[in-house]
Design a protein around this ligand. Structure first.
Ligand SMILES: [Zn+2]
Length: 67
């Protein structure tokens, strides 16, 4: 793992942490909340892309007053 990988891993951790604080009720189901893939390891999304898409959708719904 080089320095760039470490920096990215740190950022991923920070973002996952921020998401957890922001949406503490998001349960671990063993499946990605966005695409439904099996995740495992206590992760609520299979990857950063799914999490970002899910979050964008959630934020959009919030702005639209639906959430
Ligand atoms: Zn996914």
């Amino acid at each position: 793992m080089d320095e760039l990988d470490r920096a990215q891993a740190r950022e991923e951790e920070m973002r996952a942490d921020a998401l957890k604080k922001r949406y503490p009720s998001l349960p671990y189901t063993g499946h990605c909340h966005w695409c439904g893939d099996i995740t495992g390891g206590g992760r609520t999304f299979c990857g950063a892309e799914c999490r970002d898409d899910w979050q964008r959708e959630r934020e959009a719904a919030r702005r639209a007053g639906r959430a």
